[in-house]
Design a protein around this ligand. Structure first.
Ligand code: CA
Length: 354
């Protein structure tokens, strides 16, 4: 095994390889673009709050995160070794290309895909990569996704929630979703800050970030994909979502109940009959990861709602780099074969590893 850091106490080898499935990186060129946007004074208010913090704060926590994000080399491998992580599934950090102008987004995605693929080639036993694209230009995005998967060997598409206030149920994104399905790779739907027009009340309370705002934004996004009928129109689309489903499993009954009432009443143009109840799509098209959500009871609950074969481990490196959280999930009170699937087997299947 590469790297020479011993794992922390309690994280010795297990009968499974731990695959962490929502792990972030960023090319330094991306942060240079973010800085340029921040300096321009024209940044979206949510972006300015999040990236202003990470890129201009003098506090050691964000500085360490930014340093770790930009490394795909020995630092990252040592951090994995120290927490017993055999493999990371790596994607460009939020908001990725989604705040850039369309041409810059396309160029940044190509650069990032090339560089991530190179790191995967250097460390094929340790890294799996997900592609980025410039989502606003669907034609170019489809070409780049094809290149990233078929030529570079990346194993899915990362989308960091809304695209300048638009969501993936919008018809403009349909060719991209169809391409993801055709390629047989998953779409990873990851948070970013709420769009500028709605972030105000969240930000004034300090609740716009990972503490709650991200989940509200990304849960909305996944629910829109479901209730819009997008998964009926692109039935081969497989969606991976972090943070144990961004709250949706807990709301499954209420979502189904209210959706049926709204269909019956015809109250909303956007709410139409679906082929399944909304929560059933969580059992047919969606996989969850435990990024940032290591607590035992919510994991056990989510597994019962979406299926024991649909919940897999993630750390959320480098944002939530906590050895104790790995140990907590090693101790999940589930059968050995289910734990091996949770840490390894499900990720291998969903991301086509090995
Ligand atoms: Ca994350």
């Amino acid at each position: 095994m590469e790297g020479d850091s011993a794992p922390a106490a309690g994280l010795e080898d297990r009968p499974y390889r731990r695959i962490a499935t929502e792990e972030a990186w960023a090319p330094p060129e991306l942060f240079a673009e973010y800085r340029r946007i921040l300096d321009s004074g024209e940044a979206d208010v949510g972006f300015a709050s999040l990236m202003g913090y990470f890129l201009t704060s003098s506090h050691p926590q964000p500085r360490t995160v930014v340093e770790r994000l930009t490394s795909l080399g020995p630092d990252r491998l040592a951090a994995m070794d120290a927490t017993g992580i055999a493999r990371q599934v790596i994607a460009m950090t939020a908001p990725g290309t989604q705040v850039l102008d369309p041409d810059t987004a396309t160029a940044m995605a190509r650069l990032a895909n090339d560089r991530l693929a190179e790191a995967v080639r250097d460390h094929p036993d340790r890294y799996t990569g997900l592609a980025s694209v410039g989502l606003e230009d669907a034609g170019t995005a489809v070409e780049e996704l094809d290149r990233a998967v078929n030529q570079l060997g990346l194993r899915g598409l990362m989308v960091n929630s809304h695209v300048k206030g638009q969501y993936l149920d919008h018809p403009r994104f349909r060719p991209i979703l169809e391409k993801v399905a055709d390629l047989g790779v998953p779409l990873y739907l990851h948070p970013q800050t709420l769009p500028g027009p709605v972030v105000g009340p969240w930000q004034e309370a300090g609740l716009d970030g990972a503490i709650w705002g991200f989940a509200a934004e990304t849960g909305l996004h996944l629910l829109r994909i479901i209730t819009s009928g997008t998964l009926d129109r692109v039935p081969g689309l497989r969606v991976v979502v972090g943070h144990l489903g961004e709250g949706l499993p807990y709301f499954a009954h209420r979502i189904d109940h209210m959706h049926a009432k709204q269909v019956a009443s015809g109250r909303y143009e956007a709410i139409r009959p679906l082929e399944q109840r909304p929560s059933e799509y969580l059992r047919t098209h969606v996989w969850l990861t435990t990024s940032g959500m290591p607590a035992t009871l919510p994991i056990l609950f989510a597994r019962e709602v979406v299926g024991r074969d649909r919940v897999m481990y993630a750390m959320d490196y480098p944002y939530q780099y906590e050895a104790a959280e790995v140990a907590e999930q090693d101790a999940l009170p589930i059968p050995d074969e289910e734990k091996a699937a949770f840490f390894q087997g499900i990720a291998e299947e969903v991301f086509g590893i090995g």
